[in-house]
Design a protein around this ligand. Sequence first.
Ligand SMILES: Cc1cc2nc3c(=O)[nH]c(=O)nc-3n(C[C@H](O)[C@H](O)[C@H](O)COP(=O)(O)OP(=O)(O)OC[C@H]3O[C@@H](n4cnc5c(N)ncnc54)[C@H](O)[C@@H]3O)c2cc1C
Length: 397
Amino acid sequence: MDMEFSPEDLAFQQEVRDFIAENYPAELREKQDEGEEMSKEDFLVWHKILHKKGWIAPAWPVEYGGTGWTPTQRFIWSEESARADCIRLMPFGLAMVGPVIYTFGTPEQKAHFLPRILSGEDWWCQGYSEPGSGSDLASLRTTAVRDGDDYIVNGQKTWTTLAQHADWGFFLVRTDKDAKQQEGISFLLIDMKSPGITVRPIITLGGEHEVNEVWLEDVRVPVANRVYEENKGWTCAKFLLAHERTGIAGVAASKRGIEKVKAIARTEVDGDKPLLANAFFKRKVAELEVDLAALELTELRSLAGPNAGRGPGPESSLLKIKGSEIQQRLTELSLEAVGHYGAPYFRGFGEGDNEHPIGPDYAHRAAPTYFNMRKTTIYGGSNEIQRNIIAKMVLGL
Ligand SMILES: Cc1cc2nc3c(=O)[nH]c(=O)nc-3n(C[C@H](O)[C@H](O)[C@H](O)COP(=O)(O)OP(=O)(O)OC[C@H]3O[C@@H](n4cnc5c(N)ncnc54)[C@H](O)[C@@H]3O)c2cc1C
């Protein structure tokens, strides 16, 4: 694999750098630097700027609004976005349901939903997991029963990320109770404002409102909002999960994270030297950098290899495992680096907190982020489940 950028790629890199420098909103940067919780509007402001530029969905086919970039250009884009610490784009529309709709949807579904995902008009949430049906997702019990041109949906979903902001949700529902588990599931697009939907917050260990329970009671959903055939929703579900897992690797963001940890460790002192001069700490940073470089090369191989353009396969499980472990190790190192300044924030930020922050700015989010990132080895299919997938689908065991 040729690791040198061509002159065209270098020019593209410069174009991206200039665009971000000239267009990234200063108020958003300020909020990020101060570790403030982001609102729905905050998440969408950069999305809308990128949409206007035509750069919102680099991974999509051009006919549906993609950029037509080469894998290298896409790599440069994510690299530069992370380097500039741009806010992450919500994956639910762009990286999850969007690809499902353009791959399996009807012409009407494509025409209606895809432009609204690109523009940021619709915020999506993912209604897969249920109490008792996480790893064993195919055991899900939310039902959808046909009633003329509608389904009547009843059940409960859980861990639904940012559903409090969602306009639409993509839900897995059981449409045939008698079929084998995977064969009785359908994939529905549900308007979150439909009567019968209740979203209840779950407050996480870091004190944030990031996940929710979603209750569905006699929710009427048009049959026209089913993607793909009835009882074949598992095909869409699996396709979407592979996309979700690749994004989860988060290589570019982790590279930026390492730089942040190093900057903290240059400022914090250990005796009379910067913490970064401490051999034990330095070694942990170096080990992380080596693992991240290996992950990056693995991701590049999967982007440029024989499967390029065919979408992610089971090897995305490998990227998910390594990427999520690295993200967690990064937050451990940050917390270690800020030392006792992290302690006041162990309970996270409560709503309406007005206490004066203690310690340097970078210390405030170290503990809540550390707690929050425990999620990475659980969501998107736990890492144990990913190991099972690798054993079966990649190694053929
Ligand atoms: C922060 C966060 C956000 C999330 N967001 C969403 C969302 O937006 N939408 C959504 O639908 N879901 C979401 N999830 C749910 C997530 O997908 C599930 O939590 C995950 O699939 C694990 O399921 P579970 O929690 O039911 O755990 P369980 O399936 O009960 O697993 C418990 C433990 O047992 C292990 N285990 C289970 N089965 C096996 C096996 N066969 N072999 C080996 N080990 C096994 C697991 O690895 C885990 O350690 C989110 C989860 C979190 C934590």
